[in-house]
Design a protein around this ligand. Structure first.
Ligand code: SF4
Length: 436
């Protein structure tokens, strides 16, 4: 447990004593894992009658931070400072990946009042500080938590990673891989079904490794078994998976993924299309193996959207290696590519390798983005005239409803649609949001 800022604790105690009840605001940077953790804090707040409000009205701002890149670090620090500057009367509770990995840096930030490691530590801190407080009896304040309700529910199945890819700081920030018991996951999904959710997204740091003793043991994974159990023991209509490592795919996966309740969208954590770069990254697969996975998936479901993360400008990346990645994206017709310029993270192996100049990294992002945009546009055009299931996210005041197809195309229509409902729509140039 990281508890810093001890010198401020007396002031904090006085601050807490001056309150009749506690109001909190929630904010974050980063990925679906951070979102999931804030959702858990939100649930705790609703259960304990702790109002979740805008930052301007809050006593405490709870901020979940991200450290995946140096930009994410900067955004996390900016978020903490901005939150406090917008309401000088509130106290901040900062936790998450950046808070853990950059503990010393966050300890120095004057706007940080309480520095903690995990979501559970935040809940424990809140619990120990509300025990003497009056419960809030203003029902209008309590229901404000609904503002965070979304059309799909996130379910964390796993946390942490043991791989130590040479560029990644997440493994040290999140610790070793921990699997959630299957029963707990099933119960959580059933609760979401009872609350009206039609879709869940399975999240985690390395979810393909679900069930394995270590994320470095793909052969032990029980991800397919988990999906089977979800389909058998819950009534959820759609299951979407977060990012998956290509090394975990096996025949059981291909079989269970044929279930129509599994979304026809897979996001692969590919990172490079060059074998030599993948090796330096310490990734456990080759570009050819990923191509085989994609071919098999298209064989099962021709309209599946395969999206991916790619890092360009990795240390030592030559022009020829970069071209291999460009060819890979083209050849595999990725439906969307999230391209990141390589970002040095302290205390990683890659940070000690020969670096590609930042300007060149940016140029390569631009070049690959052009290719990725063409692939995205071609994928969307290939879906025109076809029927797709759409999960509606919201209806706007303008009378337009907005949602996402199960194969990851954003659509807009005139007319009302209930948020969270799923309908079948024919995709046309009129209802597709953009051809990109
Ligand atoms: S698989 Fe590699 S990149 Fe992904 S979290 Fe683990 S160490 Fe980081």
């Amino acid at each position: 447990m990281i508890v810093s800022k001890v010198s401020k604790y007396n002031t904090l105690n006085d601050f807490l004593k001056s309150k009749t009840f506690m109001k909190i605001a929630l904010s974050m940077t980063g990925c679906k894992n951070n979102r999931y953790e804030l959702d858990q804090i939100l649930r705790w707040a609703i259960k304990n009658k702790v109002p979740v409000v805008e930052e301007s009205e809050a006593d405490f701002a709870i901020i979940n931070t991200c450290t995946v890149t140096s930009i994410a670090d900067r955004k996390s620090r900016q978020l903490v400072r901005r939150t406090r500057n917008n309401n000088s009367g509130l106290k901040t509770i900062v936790f998450g990946c950046a808070a853990r990995a950059q503990k010393k840096v966050f300890e120095e930030i004057t706007e940080v009042d309480v520095l903690l490691g995990s979501m559970q530590e935040v809940i424990t801190y809140l619990e120990s500080n509300i025990s003497d407080m009056k419960k809030c009896d203003d029902a209008s304040l309590i229901t404000s938590g609904e503002a965070f309700t979304r059309s799909r529910a996130l379910v964390q199945i796993q946390d942490g990673c043991d791989n130590y890819c040479s560029y990644c700081i997440i493994a040290s920030a999140r610790g070793k891989s921990k699997n959630r018991p299957q029963k707990e996951i099933i119960n959580e999904i059933n609760k979401h079904v009872a609350n009206g959710f039609n879709e869940v997204v399975l999240t985690g740091i390395n979810i393909g490794a679900y069930g394995a003793s270590l994320t470095t043991r793909p052969d032990e994974n029980k991800f397919a078994e988990l999906l089977e159990a979800i389909f058998e023991q819950t009534g959820i209509k759609k299951v979407r998976a977060g990012s998956l490592g290509p090394e975990f795919f096996n025949e059981k996966w291909y079989k269970v993924m044929q279930n129509p309740r599994f979304s026809r969208h897979l996001h692969l954590s590919i990172q490079s299309g060059s074998d030599s770069v993948l090796k330096r990254m310490r990734r456990n697969y080759t570009a050819g193996q990923v191509t085989d996975v994609i071919k098999k998936l298209r064989g099962i479901s021709p309209d599946i959207a395969i999206t991916a993360d790619i890092i360009v400008g990795f240390p030592g990346e030559t022009e020829a290696e970069f071209k291999e990645t460009v060819q890979f994206v083209k050849k595999n017709r990725l439906a969307k590519t999230h391209i990141f310029p390589y970002s040095e993270r302290q205390n990683t192996l890659a940070a000690k390798m020969e670096q590609v100049p930042v300007k060149l990294r940016r140029e390569r992002v631009k070049k690959l983005q052009e290719v990725a945009d063409i692939c995205r546009s071609e994928f969307i055009k290939s879906q025109l005239g076809k029927k797709a299931e759409v999960l509606w996210e919201h209806s706007r005041l303008s009378g337009r409803a907005e949602g996402v197809t199960e194969n990851y195309i954003r659509v807009r229509v005139m007319g009302a649609r209930t948020a969270g409902s799923i309908t079948s729509e024919v995709l046309t140039t009129e209802n597709i949001d953009t051809l990109l």
